[in-house]
Design a protein around this ligand. Structure first.
Ligand SMILES: [Zn+2]
Length: 278
């Protein structure tokens, strides 16, 4: 791009090219982590260069066709940032308003849903270890990090109070980052509303989710069916940190909620409860 006279930015990228490339290398050395000692700090670039880079992102020339590829094909079924079942945008892990030099840097661009704009420019906090997780570099994202916390409301799980809990131990070196990511990415979405909407469907259409014997079933059989349903959602979305798995993972460890599920299924099977009454 720096040597392409056909681009509107020519020749403004020529002079800063070495520092831009050095910044890309610093990003890779830091594994996309803004908290390591030699993490990239925002480059001092002229306004014209910053504008040129951001403009190339907003209206990519043909040689930046990879931007659309990352957005449309990178992860079409699940958002790698928040775990929702939608994407359609590109998230700049290092925000482009602060780091114009990373506006078109592929390793800084993650396919994402509207959690991208809801996160705004949050990428690190003031406390130790507080930063947004990076799907390309943080292998910890392949582990189960979040699950729903279901609490009874008025003594019942018919409309439970739903929150999100962190699954890894508080002593983990990633705990502060997971917590920052939870607060600044995941909880800014409509995930709680989504889970509140999903829960009654699981009760009402339980046979869509749980493989149970016809007639009677035992509690261990139900426990196993819940674990199996969780494994199915993990496989289907290629990550345990998708919104559906978060609900099933929360159910799997919640004895009271499973007791409510068990009783609801028994009542549905006996006819004491009608699906439309859930
Ligand atoms: Zn998202």
């Amino acid at each position: 791009m720096a040597v392409n006279p056909a681009l509107a930015s020519y020749p403004r990228l020529r002079a800063p090219l070495p520092s831009l490339l050095a910044q890309y290398e610093a990003y890779m050395r830091a594994n996309g982590n803004p908290l390591v000692v030699d993490a990239p700090k925002p480059l001092k670039l002229s306004t014209r260069v910053k504008d040129a880079l951001r403009k190339h992102y907003a209206s990519p020339p043909a040689l930046l066709a990879f931007l659309a590829d990352i957005r449309d094909r990178g992860s079409p079924d699940v958002c790698p940032m928040c775990g929702s079942l939608k994407t359609g945008t590109l998230d700049h892990i290092f925000p482009k308003n602060i780091f114009a030099e990373f506006a078109i840097f592929s390793r800084n661009l993650v396919p994402a849903c509207d959690c991208n704009s809801l996160r705004r420019e949050s990428y690190k906090g003031d406390g130790a270890g507080e930063r947004v997780l990076h799907p390309y570099f943080d292998a910890v994202m392949n582990q189960r990090l979040l699950r729903a916390g279901l609490s009874s409301s008025s003594g019942s799980f018919q409309k439970p109070i739903i929150g999100l809990n962190i699954c890894i131990p508080a002593g983990s070196p990633f705990f502060a980052a997971v917590n920052y990511h939870l607060e600044n990415v995941v909880l800014r979405t409509q995930i709680i509303e989504y889970l509140e909407c999903f829960w009654p469907k699981i009760l009402r259409f339980y046979s869509d989710y749980f493989r149970l014997p016809d007639g009677n079933f035992t509690r261990p059989q139900l426990d196993h069916a819940v674990d199996e349903a969780l494994a199915v959602f993990d496989r289907r979305r290629s990550t345990p940190n998708n919104w559906d798995s978060m609900l099933f993972a929360g159910l799997a460890v919640n004895i009271q909620a499973k007791t409510y599920l068990e009783q609801t299924i028994r009542n549905l099977r006996s006819g004491a409860l009608r699906p439309e009454d859930i």
